[in-house]
Design a protein around this ligand. Sequence first.
Ligand code: DC
Length: 218
Amino acid sequence: MRISVAIDGPAGAGKSTIAKIVAKKFNLMYINTGAMYRAVALKSNENGLSPANVGEICSLLKTMKMKFENDDLILNEKNIQDKITMPSISSQVSAYASIPEVRKILVKIQRDMSHEFNVIMDGRDIGTVVLKDSPFKFFLTATPEERAVRRFKELSERNIECSYEGILQDIKNRDYADTHRETDPLKKADDAIEVDTTGLNINQVCEKINSYILKRIY
Ligand code: DC
């Protein structure tokens, strides 16, 4: 029987960090669904397609072969992880992620991955849409300020120029866009366990999630 774990929450709540660690513990493939939406934004940009060019974006998406290797997104055999995490993509991605036709295609790809592998997926609609039958659903939260500090540190460590204020504003904008879009907005699934990570370190969050999964597996 396949195991699938769903992790949702707003930008910067620690989903990917936590998901990668839990993936190793339970030998799951980590699927970063935000990376897939970012890839759409990146490729659309490169091809001069704005979010209004829905038909062209969907045609482009059909030529995009995505897979994950060592937690990185590989697009048509190229590792694009660094490119898709640039602030210029972060600030544009919500507009592409709100296109219903794009979501439909990506949700299908994500579900297919969950049928093929034991997965832990993070995103915004995993517990409510993509893996809605999963028995393991978590919703991570933290204050916008704490999330902005985490993103600022992460980008600074990679020598990417950014400001705390700019990141905080971007996080607030994305929270609004992600929770107010019409198709599959970010919301906690009724049966998801909510974990407020404000003031908790990574180990403490992983502990909570691991112990819940262990309890349900055995
Ligand atoms: O998790 P992230 O910041 O890399 O996500 C990038 C964007 O994609 C974010 O604005 C929300 C959107 N997204 C989404 O709508 N659905 C998902 N399953 C994952 C991400």
